[in-house]
Design a protein around this ligand. Structure first.
Ligand code: NI
Length: 184
């Protein structure tokens, strides 16, 4: 099932998120639906608040952006109740976009790597270190669970320049090629 994606200005994107309890009904189906929603909108990551659910859950699939002919290096994974407990390396700049903020792409500074504890969709615990593009996507999605979006991390100048566009977006003036919704 493809969910509509909540657009910038939707209250749920700023809401506090809850941990997923052991025995949470329908977790595997929810994860499957989130992957389906993400593929439908050509995203590489999707967090539960973006489909209107204030839960600590996100999915990523970076295999889709791997260069043709190369050994797949990307990662397809669900992160349940994740906790980033360490950042590694220098901060680097990389262009980001967000399915909840269609049409806007900006450079964002973030640490090169992360160490993260999380569970998978079968509630099995993991503790991993990631770097490169995967670490970038994880940090972006993790921010969604903290009620943050990449535009919050821009320089004051870029924020000022984007303010009008974001205000319009939160009033419904945007276009996207996938199903969206705006809920205050
Ligand atoms: Ni996003």
């Amino acid at each position: 099932m493809v969910f509509p994606i909540c657009i910038y200005g939707s209250g749920v994107l700023r809401a506090e998120t809850e941990n997923i309890a052991e025995g949470f009904e329908g977790l595997e189906k929810l994860v499957e639906d989130m992957f389906e929603t993400m593929y439908d909108s050509d995203g590489v990551g999707l967090a539960a608040p973006q489909i209107g659910k204030a839960l600590r859950l996100f999915v990523i699939d970076t295999t889709v952006v791997d260069e043709e002919g190369e050994e797949p290096k990307g990662l397809r994974k669900a992160f349940v109740n994740p906790e980033i407990y360490d950042f590694l390396g220098d901060e680097i700049s990389c262009e980001e976009g967000c399915l909840s903020i269609p049409g806007i792409h900006e450079n964002v500074m973030r640490p090169a790597g992360v160490r993260i504890r999380y569970m998978d969709e079968k509630m099995q615990p993991h503790d991993d270190t990631f770097d490169g593009f995967v670490a970038r996507v994880i940090q972006h999605e993790y921010d969604h669970l903290e009620g943050k979006m990449f535009v919050d991390r821009l320089t004051p100048l870029r924020k000022t320049l984007l303010k009008g566009k974001l205000t319009s977006m939160s009033k419904g003036k945007y276009s996207a090629s996938y199903k969206t919704k705006l809920i205050k």
